[in-house]
Design a protein around this ligand. Sequence first.
Ligand SMILES: [Zn+2]
Length: 242
Amino acid sequence: MTTAELAAARAEIAQACRVAAARGLVDGILGHISARIDEDRLLIRCRSDSDDGVAFTRPDDIRLIRFDGTPGATGELDGYRVPNELPIHVETLLAHPEHRAVAHLHPPAVVAADLAGITIEPIYGAFDIPGAWLARHGVPVYPKAVLIRTAELGKEMVAAMGDRPVVICRGHGITSAAATVPQAVLQAISLDQLAAMSLRIRAAGGTLTPIDESDWADLPDLGPSFTADAAWRHEIARVETG
Ligand SMILES: [Zn+2]
């Protein structure tokens, strides 16, 4: 990867962090997004003494490191610290080569819905088709509320995730993995909307009922490539003009 490509990747991850914060998927300083660069290195949102939080992530906050947490190139960790939960990213990327990007976020609605005993179900259809399909295929839960700071805990979370692109970490947050950074964040936004809508329906006294089985034939799973570009342009526009 050339220096220019690396700079573009840093900028994209920083932008993704700002999008996640603008969408309320992280609050304050916790949460990080990463992207795999090669066999044993990834770019990841790191911390520093001039860190103003996830909503204000700068391209410089995205550092190149090895999977073992050491600098991926000379000077990469000068003045920066790798997040404690690096194992979330490393173990997810190692277990699933098709995943090149990982977003670990703390969306309050998802945490609240899970703690309220709500299972994410496809309660709506055309309201958000990618979200509906995400729910239809199931959203697993990793039941430990711990800080995932060891490879062992990271592997446990990945095992709970199974073959799904997202996992809810109970009393903690979520991990979303995808082929691209935008897709990892868009999935997280869809999951957050499912949880928020579930809470809203419950609060209104309603019950959570999956949509009719016959509806699925007319909810085309167009795949991320069809919708993600437009959706991501919108997310960028929101943070750049807001
Ligand atoms: Zn966390």
